[in-house]
Design a protein around this ligand. Structure first.
Ligand SMILES: [Zn+2]
Length: 232
């Protein structure tokens, strides 16, 4: 029966071709969301091989992180921007799982990733979650967690306020804007754990900073951060 189902999926693909979310070419059997060529050619940061990377430096003196990891560089007008747009606004949550899986594959043999106890995605405000239908950071977290074999904790870090787009504010006012946005509901569940805090795109780092400040109030907590992309 197997040939029948693959015949059927080839037939469906002929009518509704599945496109690569990066370059737009038709995907072939076995490829999902991103074609093989793009999977090789994405602008990987390789931050897992470079502890002293640009994101780690950006967070220096703001929050104490063990490791800062990002999968991709994000350039305006580049391939990653198209893909992230589909991911966030065209109801394609599985792009996040796919990218999480790519990140997890890079990380799973590293000593650092072996020390992670739990993955905590940056939460969306409940209203925004209802509108979009999924939290893009949580989708990435699930893909990562599957590779790293660690749990994802979804309901402990909570977003109290919805914040506006912050790109035009100074770093200080951006942080002021993020203050008191996040709260940890059950801090005792995270005591003494190494948390991997996960976001989608890092720009100024103010979201990670605001979440990190709340998480680091928990006794014995160790913090690392990861994101899909870094926009300079
Ligand atoms: Zn492609």
């Amino acid at each position: 029966m197997k040939w029948r189902s693959s015949y059927l999926s080839d037939f469906i693909a002929l009518i509704f071709p599945q496109l690569c979310q990066v370059c737009g070419t038709n995907l072939v059997t076995g490829e999902k969301l991103i074609c093989t060529g793009c999977t090789y050619d994405l602008p990987y940061t390789n931050f897992h091989k470079q502890k002293d990377n640009v994101v780690a430096r950006q967070l220096w003196g703001r929050i104490d992180v063990d490791m800062a990891y990002v999968l991709l560089y994000f350039y305006k007008g580049g391939k990653v921007q198209n893909m992230m747009h589909s991911f966030k606004y065209r109801n394609m949550p599985l792009i996040g799982n796919k990218l999480g899986s790519l990140a997890g594959t890079q990380l799973k043999d590293s000593q650092w990733a072996g020390k992670i106890d739990v993955i905590v995605p940056v939460p969306l405000h409940p209203k925004k979650l209802r509108l979009r239908g999924y939290n893009q950071s949580a989708q990435f977290a699930h893909g990562l967690a599957e590779q790293l074999k660690v749990p994802v904790e979804l309901d402990n870090l909570i977003r109290l306020k919805h914040t506006d787009t912050q790109t035009k504010k100074s770093r200080f006012s951006r942080y002021e804007n993020m203050k008191e946005v996040f709260v940890v509901a059950e801090p005792e569940k995270l005591e003494g754990k190494h948390i991997l805090l996960v976001d989608d795109i890092i720009t100024t780092g103010s979201t990670l900073e605001a979440c990190g400040i709340e998480l680091l109030k928990i006794p014995g907590l160790k913090l690392s951060v990861a994101a899909i992309a870094y926009a300079e």
